[in-house]
Design a binder for this molecule. Sequence first.
Ligand code: PHE
Length: 450
Amino acid sequence: MAEQKSIHGLWRSRWLFILAATGSAVGLGNIWKFPYITGENGGGAFVLVYLACICLIGIPVMIAEVTLGRLGRQSPINTMHALTKDQNANRLWGGIGWMGAVAGFLILSFYSVIAGWSLAYIFRMAGGAFDGATAESVGATFGNMLSSPETLLAWHTIFMVITIGIVARGVNKGLERSISIMMPLLFLILVVLLGYSMSTDGFGAGFEFLFSFDFSKLTGESIIVALGHAFFTLSLGMGAIMAYGAYMPKKSSIGKTVLTVAFLDTLIALIAGLVIFPIVFSNGLEAGAGPGLLFQTLPLAFSHMPGGTLFGTLFFILVAFAALSSAISLGEPVVAWAVESKGMSRVAAATWIGIVIWILGIGTILSFNLWSEYKLFGKTLFDTLDFLTANIMLPLGGLLIAVFVGWAMNKADVKEEVKMGSPLMYTIWRFVLMFIAPVAVAIVLVNGLI
Ligand code: PHE
């Protein structure tokens, strides 16, 4: 394929791509979701399955997704459209871009609501709302927040406005600049918190919970959840990483870069687990507390530690940063498409798309209070959206990407673009992408749906 140019700009260096992609990958998935789903699915064995999914499926698919982006240099919808033409492939492959766009809308709609919780908690911590807290009182504070649609809506609105504000400023002035401030801070604070959790008496129990493998606790559903989470945490299967790949400088080796991103993402998830579970166990809390885990354990821990108000506030600022650096990557693919294909300015595109997502988010808000009784297959609207996107749409998108790159595209074009340094690594990657990843995802999806 002839060399394409991005009209949105490029990352200024390979490291900025790494930072941006890590910013996309590291988010609520690592700090909020990973600990609570690990808690709900019994700990160590789940972690092992998740790690296997990252290595065997996530990394190969991520390499493929970045490759597609850099070849097409446009929004995922237009990249897929251009590539199917260029490769003489069936036009239906273009569906990868469209399905990703839908998944992005749905994910950002609930993601923003949860990110809103972290904004709310910044102010609660700073205002001393948790001084002298007990396990019951933090539970009650969290419950009161969830039962108020107005409060949730206010924070959801603020988070969406900030997200749109960054995306509207474009790749270099918006995304790149915000990411280079947020990411280093995020890492620093996690390390400080790890130091704190190591000093609690629950550290051993927390460590064991994460790393001792008891397979009797694994169910069929936990395997789908682990696979879905591998896609969710690496931002795969919906075009976010494809869009970021479209802005990647030509020279960089995709394989090495992706390995760095996946390594950092996994490291941060494990550190988050090592911060949270020791605190859970040393305070006699339940590991299986669900989505509220982070918002109940940490305020409790901070309320008992010297300087807790300061560290606690900082911590929730960082959760918000992590969420923001992911949210912008959820919005970018569709905004880029509207700029390319609808002739909109970036500001107009980001605003309109943001409004639609903001409205969708109201459904998630109500599912925590007024609509909490309405259930589909025993799941609230929020649970349904989460399950549908993370556990079905993202793996399906990833499966299609693997098959498209592995089977439908011209081998030489792919080989030239990935620039894998070692021929052995290239052969392994290609084999896994063509056979192992699609078959594994298909088996898990089919089993899960039946
Ligand atoms: N990877 C992000 C997280 O772990 C979520 C995300 C999913 C972002 C899909 C972009 C695309 O929080």
